[in-house]
Design a binder for this molecule. Sequence first.
Ligand SMILES: [Mn+2]
Length: 442
Amino acid sequence: MKILFTADIHIGRRSSRLPGSADSARHSCAAVWSRIVDHAIAEQVDLVLASGDLVDEANRFLEAIGPLERGLQRLREVGIETVAVSGNHDHEVLPAIADQIGEGGLRLLGRRGRWERYTFENRSGERVHLDGWSFPRGRVEESPLASYAPLFPDNAPVLALLHADVDSPGSSFAPVASVEMRRFPGVLFLLGHIHRTRGINEPGGARFLYAGSPQAMDPGETGAHGAWILEFGAAGNSVRHLPLSTVRYETIEVDIGGVSRPEDAQGRLHGALREHLEEIAGQSGPLELVRYRPRITGATRFPRLIEEKLAGSDETLEVPSGRLTGTVEVLHFAMKPERDLEALAAGVGAPAVLARLLLSPDNLPPALRDELRRKVNEIHSSTVFVEVSGVEVSGGEAKGGEADEADPAGSDDSASRTTAMDAELMRAAAVLLEELLGQKVA
Ligand SMILES: [Mn+2]
């Protein structure tokens, strides 16, 4: 039994946040669906399974039904069945499309939030039990597993298709704890919702796999994106990732420590991108464009000059490597002064205060620290700073998913905002310290 598993295709979504010239149909969510179909046919799978958010929103019916139906027809022509559940984005539009196309094209399981089983048998007589639960509305505060009671009538695998938010208590998108999944050791949960893939061997033994979105759509969704090929058989079971995205987002650390001239930092940045591109080239599939958020670290005497030299690389730098092109989306500076901070901190005056701050923001009197944070926030309450704060929010490991669905009023957000503010404070302090000490000498 061979299965292609996907989720979160979001056909109809437009905001890819790519630079103007790159924002073409090739990088669209409809195009990745077409690549999924190509691979399903080439791999000769028995089934395509999709765990929700195939379509972006209710008002995408007209533009989504064409590409979706074309793909489903191609699959049906070669005898591949497609089984899906709906997610929070397509709870309304996917049932409508399924009704329009008919059950032979797309089998939608678990309507109205009620678990439903479909037992599929392939031409060789191998069976798999598919349990599905669909979002009945845009928000669901309860765990769908509360009403899940799977049956095990034979030795065939039991797969549960579900769009859910794992280990995110209080979520409005079907919160499920991994401990709940552990109560069903005979079930492999095939999940949608979080756009970064997360998988199967969680500590504690929950068996689940987030497909991840096949096309990378947001800078917070770093790493490889694609679909999965699952095989079940007498010879054993296997799981394999299939890279399908044309775009990839990466954060990368670039250490400029020890550069003797500011302009050498440009070579360091270029080299770091080229090295990473070479590293991922072998497992990149149709990948074309890698968007980097480099974090510039290391100890230096001229942080301000290096910032000046690297400024603008987000618009100008292009690193070619085979079929791949690396570009910079936004730079983060986190350089440290090449100084004995402990010695400076023991002194008096502005350099001592800055050195103490650089050793740890907690070294400052709380009132002064709050005042500094307030100032930094004022200066950087521009879109640039929002960008900086956004990284901390959407790049978090626990969430790592749909930035557009993170809770903006949550306490995590204010904590990461403080972290981003401290990072900005440290950056400013490092630059200022070198300026002050530079003036002293001159
Ligand atoms: Mn979702």
